[in-house]
Design a protein around this ligand. Structure first.
Ligand SMILES: O=C(O)CCC(=O)c1ccccc1C(=O)O
Ligand SMILES: [Mg+2]
Length: 369
């Protein structure tokens, strides 16, 4: 497979409703779409999930654009690629910048699958025909607003609900949700809002039968998470702390978590995400696919990843309509009785709405490679 031309599209999409957590509120979602055309004329699509500010990781839309244009795209030239696994090797001399790398690698995976006549799910080794849909509810200004949104999501059919917590907005909220929805599969995501000084508050969450607590402590920590996990019965799930398969190995060795959230963007691409899947499978560690308030393109990649056999829990993969008035793919991602079907057509299995992309475009650049 020979990438011949890569075009980047910086688009801006307005969320139907702002999404808040302990660090920020996302209202407008800036994304970079990667359109890669191969020598055989196949088009692969990727999406860079970095935000416009570095609240979730160090990367931003601007840094990712710079990395892709000046360092990463040139490394896709030269010898043809025989498999998408080779992309990570081309990128070894660029440290970090995983979301920028993942966006290009995702476009290579899509183009590779299309050239091979395989769905992206099949190319990755997926086995499921449909995946269980979960949903994340952002932080709200009132408990009533939170309960009302959860009610709406349960009626939409989501199989599990995740809520955002932080110091001062935790035990009472979770207690109220539990009282109203005693059977709901529920988890809480703290986006690193706590330290071990808060251990008593965190331990108080053990009373509410949460499926897990996601990323309570610092993004760069594994040691304190191991200590917390020893003292809590609720399983800890790591998100921000896991940037690679090696991080998962370390976390398992230390006992820092009992569940893993994998996001292709955070770990540098689908190839690394698949390695994490295999490692969790070997160790019997439950795994789910997280979300980044993606457009349909990265959502399609996530759906393909979630079709792998050891993705054992519903993730943050929701319908297009949960985020957008109009998504950039056709058909949009929809849920049916709590499940999303995995496309069987070659590649990502969705058409990309080029006209809408032009309409949403902030900036575009084309590089021949
Ligand atoms: O529905 C989604 O796309 C995921 C929502 C979510 O929790 C999230 C959204 C953006 C960035 C980080 C996170 C997170 O999992 O921490
Ligand atoms: Mg998270």
């Amino acid at each position: 497979m020979k990438p011949e031309r890569i075009q980047l599209h910086h688009i801006r999409m307005r969320l139907k409703q702002p999404f808040a957590n302990s660090l920020t509120t996302v209202t407008e979602r800036d994304l970079i779409l990667v359109e890669l055309v191969t020598a055989k004329g196949a088009t692969g699509w990727g999406e860079c999930v970095a935000f416009d500010s570095p609240w979730y990781t160090e990367e931003t839309v601007q840094t990712a654009w710079h990395m892709m244009e000046d360092f990463l795209i040139p490394r896709l030239g030269g010898e043809p690629l025989t498999h998408p696994d080779e992309v990570a090797k081309r990128f070894v001399s660029v440290r970090g910048n995983r979301m920028a790398k993942a966006a290009l690698e995702g476009a290579v995976w899509d183009a590779y699958a299309k050239e091979s006549g395989l769905s992206l799910a099949d190319a990755l080794g997926g086995e499921r025909k449909k995946i269980a849909a979960g949903v994340a509810v952002g932080a709200k200004s009132s408990l009533d607003a939170m309960l009302a949104e959860i009610q709406e999501r349960v009626e939409d059919g989501y199989r599990r609900v995740k809520v955002k917590i932080g110091p001062g907005a935790d035990v009472a909220i979770i207690a109220a949700i539990r009282e109203r929805f005693p059977q709901l599969p529920l988890l809480a995501d703290a986006n690193s809002a706590y330290t071990l000084a808060d251990i008593d508050r965190l331990k108080a969450l053990d009373d509410f039968d949460l499926m897990m607590i996601e990323q309570p402590l610092a993004a760069d920590d594994l040691v304190d998470h191991a200590r917390l996990q020893r003292e809590m019965t609720t399983p800890i799930c790591l998100d921000e702390s896991i940037l690679s398969r090696e991080d998962v190995r370390r976390a398992l060795e230390l006992g820092s978590c009992r569940v893993v959230n994998v996001k292709p963007g955070r770990v540098g691409g689908l190839t690394e995400a698949r390695q994490i899947h295999h490692l969790c499978q070997q160790h019997g560690i439950p795994l789910w696919v997280g979300g980044m308030l993606e457009s349909g393109i990265a959502r399609a990649h996530n759906i393909a990843l979630a079709s792998l056999p050891h993705v054992t829990l519903p993730g943050d993969i929701s319908a297009s309509s949960r985020y957008w008035e109009r998504d950039i793919i056709d058909p949009e991602v929809s849920i049916d009785a709590g499940f999303i079907s995995v496309p069987t057509e070659p590649g990502i299995g969705f058409e990309v709405d080029q006209e809408l992309i032009r309409h949403l475009c902030v900036r575009t650049s084309a590089c021949r490679i």
